[in-house]
Design a protein around this ligand. Structure first.
Ligand SMILES: Cc1cc2nc3c(=O)[nH]c(=O)nc-3n(C[C@H](O)[C@H](O)[C@H](O)COP(=O)(O)OP(=O)(O)OC[C@H]3O[C@@H](n4cnc5c(N)ncnc54)[C@H](O)[C@@H]3O)c2cc1C
Length: 332
């Protein structure tokens, strides 16, 4: 069953990450009245950049790839608007105590001037209420009613509700209403990520601009200043592996940072003289093995989109939002 082609229907989307922004953009184009609610003060979610005094570092998604023709087309418009560009760093791989060149031929892209730029570009044409943490949802007389931590019960009622959130946050919000959501969410098995950002006065003497690290506490290192449009101090991002991060997600920040920096030093990136910031992502990566694409209950006009329903990663997030919008409109 699909919705009627009733273009006065109102839609609330919780989460202004790429999946929510993609879904909102397509539904709005189809004529729906769309309102996004976002707990942070800006859009883009995990495609984000930390800004400090004279420095910036992408601390979530590092780059993205584009394979599906629909996403390739979207990327084309981002590139023409200067909010994305190709990134071709010198990449090395560390495994079994040895370094080697990366053999990957993958074309990689980044947001420009930072990773949040594509999301900001999409959000420009949408109505987004920032600093609104939705903490309860309920259905009343056929309409969706929202409550936020900051404003209490919101006055506007909606015909359609979409959660564009990581799986554990979907579960927390909707478990009282949708019993089967638990099963969908559990399969995603999302893991955290400890991220360290290091700023140097001078470029460190390291033989790579990005590195995949195998079987160590760290899984990724990259030089932010090697990406198009970056400015300021020489900044590097280090990600601990999903397995290590998840295991030690409750560690004190200082302890996690010290262990990550010790491993970075062993790998040749000595951060002793660097300024350091650390971020803990509670839900960074993971996706359900079956790739359902989205979740949709046409009876109650409730939907889910997000990277975790579409293989994880940036492209999956965008496609998930797009496909849910098409499903809602009934033009699969
Ligand atoms: C450390 C890290 C490294 C990564 N590396 C890569 C990579 O190299 N390549 C790649 O393709 N992908 C990478 N990813 C994954 C990529 O960032 C995601 O796939 C994509 O950004 C997910 O988009 P989304 O819209 O599904 O979710 P999100 O971006 O998580 O969006 C959800 C939004 O909902 C908001 N929100 C949450 N709860 C509430 C609430 N109660 N009320 C209101 N708003 C709420 C959040 O603030 C957020 O903005 C990485 C992610 C992380 C964290």
């Amino acid at each position: 069953m699909n919705y009627q082609n009733n273009h006065s229907e109102s839609v609330a989307i919780i989460g202004a990450g790429l999946s929510g922004l993609s879904c909102a953009t397509h539904l709005q184009t189809l004529g729906y009245q769309v309102e996004l609610f976002e707990k942070s003060r800006g859009p883009s979610g995990r495609m984000s950049t930390r800004h400090g005094d004279g420095w910036a570092a992408d601390h979530g998604a590092q780059y993205f790839t584009a394979r599906d023709p629909r996403f390739v087309q979207e990327l084309g418009s981002w590139i023409s608007q200067n909010v994305a560009a190709v990134w071709s760093p010198d990449i090395k791989v560390y495994e079994e105590h040895h370094w080697r060149e990366s053999h990957s031929q993958e074309k990689r892209y980044v947001g420009t001037p930072d990773m949040s730029s594509p999301g900001k570009y999409l959000a420009k044409n949408l109505s987004v209420q920032f600093n609104q943490t939705i903490n309860a949802i309920q259905k009343e007389n056929g309409k969706w009613l929202l409550h936020s931590k900051e404003s209490g019960q919101l006055s506007q009622l909606f015909d359609v509700l979409i959660l564009a959130l990581p799986a554990p946050q979907v579960y927390a919000l909707s478990r009282e209403i949708y019993k089967d959501v638990e099963e969908v969410c559990k399969q995603a098995n999302m893991k955290g990520c400890w991220t360290v950002m290091a700023r140097f006065q001078e470029r460190p003497q390291v033989s790579f601009e990005a590195a995949f690290i195998n079987n160590e506490l760290i899984s990724w290192i990259s030089r932010n200043n090697s990406k198009t449009g970056r400015y300021g101090l020489e900044s590097w991002t280090i990600h601990a592996s999903p397995e290590w991060s998840e295991r030690f997600i409750e560690l004190e920040k200082d302890k996690a940072t010290a262990l990550i920096l010790e491993c970075a030093k062993k790998l040749g990136l000595d951060c002793q003289n660097a300024e350091i910031s650390t971020h803990r992502w509670r839900f960074a990566s993971g996706s359900s093995p079956e790739i359902p694409g989205f979740y949709h209950d046409p009876e109650t006009k409730f939907g889910l989109c997000g990277d975790w329903l579409h293989g994880g990663r940036v492209e999956g997030a965008w496609l998930s939002g797009y496909k849910l919008a098409m499903e809602i409109e009934g033009t699969k």
